[in-house]
Write a protein that binds this ligand. Sequence first.
Ligand code: NAD
Length: 313
Amino acid sequence: MTRHVAVVGAGLIGRAWTISFARGGRDVVLWDVLPGMAEETRHQIPTLLEGLKEQDLLEGQSVDEVFQRISATDDLSQALQGAIHVQENAPEKLDVKKELFAKLDAHTPEDAVIASSSSAILPSLFTQDLRHRHRCLVAHPINPPYLIPAVEVVPAPWTNPEMVTRTCALLEDIGHQPMRMNKEIDGFIMNRLQMALLHEAFRLVDQGYASAEDIDRGIANGLGLRWAFMGPFETIDLNAPGGIRDYVSRYKGMADLIGAQQTNMADWSGPVLDQLEQERRQILSTEQLAERQVWRDRNLMALAAHKSAMSKK
Ligand SMILES: NC(=O)c1ccc[n+]([C@@H]2O[C@H](COP(=O)([O-])OP(=O)(O)OC[C@H]3O[C@@H](n4cnc5c(N)ncnc54)[C@H](O)[C@@H]3O)[C@@H](O)[C@H]2O)c1
């Protein structure tokens, strides 16, 4: 019998991971520090599974088949007993992660991996003093992981590479696309790339080169179309007849020129923010934000269904 996954912290991300692991065939035991919260979260899951089923995103399984793999408890040691992988999803606060990881390390079977969903706190900061720190790491998803396969797997300096390998294998097994980092750095990979793009977008608006709407249009209807199925390196490899070296020989001059102009940072909270907010609120009022979030999630689901169908061809 395969050993279960313990999901610790039953908020937004804990709930989403639970769906991902259960859909991938793993038994999941959900726990939260708030009594009753794990069970409450478990009860919300069938509705989300119905939505996934409608889009054929349950790998041919029924809602019941997936849901019956999920249980909830208010007893942490019961959740951890026999677990092979722990996925921690408590709030993004260093003191909370530190205290919780001390408990997890003490009560989880010694051969299990303990992974945190931490978005920005480096794994070394909350695992340094642990007895079994070699099995601790970050597995950072993009919300919601049941629709977005990429997960950053980030070791602390003392994490055993075997634990990283095992985590990547587990994630692949349940349909994710792990990104294996060799060492930790602020922002990991995803946020570093996202922030690099945002810095440039803020700079362009701040210096009056273009509107927010036109920049968004260029990503949603230009670069983003390719990025939905291939990354920047594959993009440039295919954008010159001779591949990536040919691309560099053709465009390095342009890259150097632009790169030299990208060293200053716009003050995100300066006048540019007033301008961006005014522009955004003209396009979408505050009252319309929630409705537009539903639109975003619907589109994301349709895109996930499309990518899933394409990958089977
Ligand atoms: N929301 C996102 O888009 C997103 C994406 C990727 C990663 N993350 C990361 O996932 C983690 C959880 O974020 P979230 O958005 O699910 O937060 P959330 O506020 O929705 O959920 C946090 C849950 O943790 C519980 N909790 C509080 N203290 C706890 C403790 N000491 N032990 C166990 N559980 C505790 C809360 O009761 C709550 O249910 C954070 O580290 C966050 O940075 C969030």
